[in-house]
Design a protein around this ligand. Structure first.
Ligand code: CA
Length: 222
């Protein structure tokens, strides 16, 4: 899952970024409203954390513009003031949730998980694909009752595929939603990760869950 943070307080933005990367998310950061608007419209984000008071273009304006442009990405707004007017105007502009500063990182993380779940077909903290169970709160993965150990990146890839199960996902799309790095990665790296995950979740099982879709990419399905 790829998250865009639009926050001009660099120290806060960097703490959030570091924490989210440790949780396995790919993270982009914009430190002003102009960059934030551009990235919100052009980067393939799964969620946007948007501060209200920003240089150049404020958060409420960014939100109105991206919603008008048809961007449906869930938006979690950050506000310094816990006032009713701020909440009303933000929710009117199309925000999905609110968090008042200062907040604990754990609370931000819980809100982010809730919004990502709300936006996917999966409504609980665990996703099941056949006998594969992925607990998104603890990152524990089991197949047929057996614990499966995955690296942070393998987990991130599998979770993204599980949240988009039964859909063919291209290597380019998977790369965009898993990697932090901005440079163009060789998307064949995805093949390497898919092979590792296959070895861990499919080997020894009659029913394979990871399918290669010719000319399209990969799909997780029963
Ligand atoms: Ca600010």
């Amino acid at each position: 899952m790829r998250i865009l943070i639009v926050e001009d307080e660099k120290a806060l933005a960097d703490i959030i970024k570091k924490g989210l990367i440790e949780e396995g998310y790919a993270v982009d950061v914009a430190y002003n409203g102009e960059d934030g608007l551009f990235m919100a419209e052009n980067e393939p984000s799964d969620l946007i954390v948007l501060d209200i008071i920003l240089p150049i273009i404020d958060g409420t304006t960014i939100l109105k513009r991206i919603r008008k442009a048809g961007v449906k990405t869930p938006v979690l707004m950050l506000t310094a003031k816990d006032t009713i007017m701020d909440k009303v105007s933000g929710l009117d502009s199309g925000a999905d949730d609110y968090l008042t500063k200062p907040f604990l990182f754990e609370e931000l993380l819980a809100r982010i998980r809730a919004l990502l779940r709300r936006n996917s077909e999966v409504k609980t903290s665990s996703v099941e694909v056949g006998d594969l169970i992925i607990n998104m709160a603890t990152h524990e993965v089991k197949r047929g009752g057996k614990d499966i150990l995955l690296s942070a990146r393998e987990y991130a890839l599998l979770e993204y595929m599980a949240l988009n199960r039964n859909k063919a996902l291209s290597r380019a799309l998977l790369t965009e939603h898993i990697y932090n790095e901005d440079f163009d990665l060789d998307s064949n790296i995805i093949d390497v990760f898919i092979n590792r995950i296959r070895n861990k979740i499919d080997r020894g099982f009659n029913v394979k869950l990871i399918h290669t879709v010719r000319g399209a990419g990969y799909m997780l399905k029963v």
